[in-house]
Write a protein that binds this ligand. Structure first.
Ligand SMILES: *[C@@H]1O[C@H](CO)[C@@H](O)[C@H](O)[C@H]1NC(C)=O
Ligand SMILES: *[C@@H]1O[C@H](CO)[C@@H](O)[C@H](O)[C@H]1NC(C)=O
Ligand SMILES: *[C@@H]1O[C@H](CO)[C@@H](O)[C@H](O)[C@H]1NC(C)=O
Ligand SMILES: *[C@@H]1O[C@H](CO)[C@@H](O)[C@H](O)[C@H]1NC(C)=O
Ligand SMILES: *[C@@H]1O[C@H](CO)[C@@H](O)[C@H](O)[C@H]1NC(C)=O
Length: 413
């Protein structure tokens, strides 16, 4: 915290002094400060170290991206884009403090890296480094964005399938970890720790769940400038959307005329089979399958509403069988299909004889026939009674009446 405040103060002070944009941080190991000068931004420039009261430079012998990375991180400038050699940011003046800097990438400061203190004269009498060898850096400013790529062929998947990603950054930097995250969720889904200059990792979600549908991105972290400070994290990568298609088993029912017994439809009547699903996707459709004793027939209707009705206006024996509803949808060039609904058995019955119009008309004519018969008999009886009453002899009359009655019975029977 104090370091950071001091750092800001110094940057501001320096800016005020000569109008040049440069960055300074406190250093260690005999050096009090490190700064970048003559760069086109405050995260680029010639490297200078303050030792005692004298600013000096770093020789470019052995100066590479790993060294530049340590310095960029130390300066809060992200990672190095380039290690600059041959005094590309101008020749410095005064001492050349260091040469053959050999950072491993995990140091908190450039001054902690193994190096050689520069000696003005080499063994053969020539200086090993001059200000023509002054080292510089060009830092990214912020951490570079990683790239997330999909290794699997599809972005639309079924639960239980696997999906693979890779997360990549420009090579040559010492990173700590990569995280794979979903948008809107703070805790990362997966973390991979990296121990050397690894610039690419793979993430596999092996058994996708419907809850894992979402927008994926990755990021990476690097160690901060001091052991106490938390790791620096890159901005998130591009996002890749993953859709997990969950098709529920459809429900089904049928409606027909009220007089039909359960499970059956009366031949010639209309019936409707309705398929229903709770979860719909754009472009989905229902398929109605009829399994008959000899074959299977399919028909489809677009699922514009959760419930879709297949209408049959004139039930025939060919409509008899077991019906199943399926929900299906095409997404990302793949066809997703639900499980079959419970079977719906439909049997086609011949119309009930009592109620059929033909039977009714048949019955009506039978009734008319009976009525006509009764009328004829009554006429005959009346005629007979009149005839019997003409007999004077009571005994004969009684006998005759009985005979009439008997006759009548006989006639009716
Ligand atoms: C990355 O993952 C690790 C371990 O799960 C976690 O501690 C860290 O906070 C994550 N970083 C970010 C920036 O989410
Ligand atoms: C990914 O999904 C988000 C919503 O979660 C949406 O805003 C974005 O446009 C989608 N991106 C692509 C490439 O489909
Ligand atoms: C159709 O049948 C279902 C289930 O048998 C029933 O709930 C529904 O009310 C019926 N609809 C009509 C219009 O008769
Ligand atoms: C079947 O549905 C049609 C409309 O699609 C309707 O007119 C008819 O009355 C329905 N039949 C039965 C038996 O529910
Ligand atoms: C199967 O039987 C139905 C009548 O039940 C008939 O309409 C259909 O043509 C038959 N299909 C085959 C392949 O024989």
């Amino acid at each position: 915290m104090v370091t950071k405040m001091l750092h800001i103060l110094l940057v501001l002070t320096t800016l005020g002094a000569d109008g040049e944009s440069l960055r300074i941080v406190p250093a260690a190991d005999g050096f009090s400060f490190i700064r970048l000068v003559h760069g086109d931004s405050d995260c680029a420039g010639r490297v200078e170290l303050l030792h005692g009261n004298q600013w000096g430079t770093v020789c470019d012998k052995g100066w590479d991206l790993t060294d530049a990375d340590v310095l960029c991180k130390e300066l809060g400038c992200g990672l190095a884009d380039k290690a600059i050699r041959r005094a590309a940011f101008g020749r410095g003046t005064g001492e050349i403090w260091l040469t053959h800097v050999q950072c491993s990438g995990h140091e908190a400061s450039l001054t902690q890296c193994p190096r050689v203190l520069h000696s003005p004269r080499a063994v053969n009498g020539n200086p090993t480094c001059t200000h023509d060898n002054d080292a510089g850096v060009k830092c990214s400013g912020a951490l570079l964005m990683p790239t997330l790529s999909l290794l699997s062929p599809h972005t639309v998947l079924s639960p239980g399938e696997a999906v693979r990603f890779s997360c990549t950054v420009v090579p040559g930097h010492h990173l700590n970890y990569f995280n794979l995250s979903t948008r809107g969720i703070d805790t990362p889904l997966m973390t991979q720790w990296v121990t050397f200059a690894q610039s690419r990792v793979e993430f596999t979600l092996s058994i996708l769940k419907t809850t894992q549908q979402g927008s994926y991105s990755c990021l990476y972290g690097i160690k901060g400038i001091s052991p106490s400070s938390s790791t620096l994290t890159s901005p998130p990568s591009n996002f890749i959307n993953i859709t997990v298609v969950e098709l529920l088993t459809p429900l089904r029912w049928y409606n027909t005329s009220n007089e039909a017994p359960t499970g059956s439809v009366i031949k010639g009547h209309s019936f409707n089979i309705t398929c229903f699903t709770e979860k719909q996707y754009p472009g989905g459709s229902f398929q109605l399958r009829l399994i008959r004793s000899n074959d299977t027939v399919h028909q489809s209707l677009p699922a514009l509403t959760p419930a879709v009705t297949f209408s049959f206006s004139n039930a025939q024996l060919s409509n008899e069988g077991c019906y199943y509803c399926l929900y299906m949808v095409q997404l990302d060039g793949r066809t997703f299909m639900s499980r079959e609904s419970q079977p719906l058995p439909v049997s086609i019955r011949d119309p009930d004889p009592v109620l059929s119009p033909m039977v009714i008309s048949c019955l009506a004519s039978a009734l008319a026939f009976l009525v006509a018969l009764v009328v004829v008999i009554i006429i005959i009886i009346v005629a007979r009674v009149k005839l019997c009453k003409r007999q004077e002899n009571p005994l004969a009359l009684e006998l005759e009446t009985r005979t009439c009655v008997d006759n009548m019975y006989v006639a009716l029977g």
